[in-house]
Design a binder for this molecule. Structure first.
Ligand SMILES: [Zn+2]
Ligand SMILES: [Zn+2]
Length: 370
């Protein structure tokens, strides 16, 4: 079949809207009509090269849609099912999945490379060139073929244009607070960077019972939004926050610090550790450039004060549990997804959408295909 996609042909180029050819789903694969896709910063990282990727590529990894056709051997999904894609596929059988860490699934890790599980491609340009899809999803297109391990079925009444966010940013932010940071009732939490992931981290910290939630972002709009999501204090910079977090916590500092900046910066780590309490934990959720190997950090913090630094992918969540669970919290009015979507765009407006994101205008922009 033919469909429209935003194709990226090279580093730092614009997204090109093109008609592509899509093969039918093979064994274990699913054809999905995508209804909406979040515009995550990671797609921009692919464009700029902060995340390594091959070109051409159809990016987009935060999508929700409706199953149109399933390949042989797909037993859990049928045409008409509403699905959210988990950006790390979960096979349910590998050692990581079996131990309850499906965010580190071996099959998911393989599919991150952008080819289907048999090493071939379903997406092709007009001239026949194979086009890999980001994390084997490619949600910047009106249809896609994905592995069944990437799909989580959700209830039909959930709005797909909100549900898409749970495929990456919301679960990543939420889990960064609830799982990776392990925020406990009464904790004091710092969230650095209030984009889609930071906004979800603030909500996770709030729902986990944090006392003070300090949100740090240079943009006044983001600080205003942070308060809506549950921040109790907002600051424009780490420098501004450091003394005040210390004062508000009576010298203890923050139990948990969650880094959700657009791009991480290793030279900030020493200041981040300064804001962290004894036995406190710093969670590195944001991407750092793959080329960055230097970090400013006195490792004495780890020994003498038992401070910790941990990393997390997909918020250390399990997509088959967390995606339906977070949609239930949305349904119950406890998780605010509505305020996380600042602007909606058509596929043709994707370059504008990313310009808006880079200008700090969006918590999340969402592409809507109908
Ligand atoms: Zn993402
Ligand atoms: Zn697995």
């Amino acid at each position: 079949m033919e469909t429209q996609a935003a194709v990226l042909w090279g580093q730092n180029q614009d997204w090109q809207i093109e008609t592509i050819t899509l093969d039918p789903p093979k064994a274990g694969e699913v054809l999905v009509r995508i209804v909406a896709s979040g515009m995550c910063h990671s797609d921009e990282h692919v464009r700029t090269g902060d995340l390594p990727g091959l070109f051409p590529i159809i990016a987009g990894h935060e999508g929700a849609g409706i199953v149109e056709e399933v390949g042989s051997g797909v037993e859990d999904l049928k045409a008409g099912d509403h699905v959210v894609f988990g950006f790390v596929a979960a096979c349910g059988k590998c050692p990581s999945c079996a131990r309850g860490h499906s965010n580190l699934c071996d099959v998911g890790g393989m599919l991150l490379m952008g080819a289907q599980s048999d090493g071939t491609y379903r997406h092709h340009a007009a001239d026949g060139t194979d086009i890999p899809t980001m994390v084997c999803l490619g949600t910047f297109a009106k249809h896609t073929v994905v592995n069944q391990a990437s799909c989580v079925k959700i209830l039909d009444h959930y709005p797909l244009e909100k549900a898409c966010l749970v495929g990456c940013g919301v679960t990543t932010g939420w889990g960064s607070a609830v799982y990776a940071a392990d925020v406990r009732p009464g904790d004091d939490v710092v969230v650095i960077g209030v984009g889609g992931i930071g906004a979800a981290a603030i909500q996770g910290a709030r729902l986990a019972g944090a006392e003070h939630i300090f949100a740090i972002d240079p943009l006044p709009f983001k600080r205003e939004m942070a308060v809506k999501f549950g921040a109790t204090h907002t600051y424009a910079s780490i420098e501004e926050a450091t003394a005040l977090v210390n004062e508000v916590t009576w010298g203890k500092n923050a139990d948990k610090v969650i880094c959700t900046m657009g791009v991480g910066d290793g030279s900030l780590m020493e200041s981040i550790m300064t804001m962290t309490a004894k036995r406190g934990r710093v969670v590195v959720t944001n991407i750092h450039s793959v080329n960055e190997t230097e970090v400013s950090l006195s490792l004495t913090w780890l020994t003498l004060m038992e401070k910790q630094i941990v990393g997390t992918i997909f918020g250390s969540g399990n997509m088959r549990y967390d995606i339906p669970h977070l949609m239930k919290l949305y349904d119950l009015g406890q998780l605010d997804l509505d305020n996380m979507v600042t602007n909606n765009y058509k596929l043709e407006e994707i370059n504008q959408g990313y310009a808006d994101m880079l200008a700090g205008k969006n918590i999340r922009g969402v592409l809507r295909y109908e």
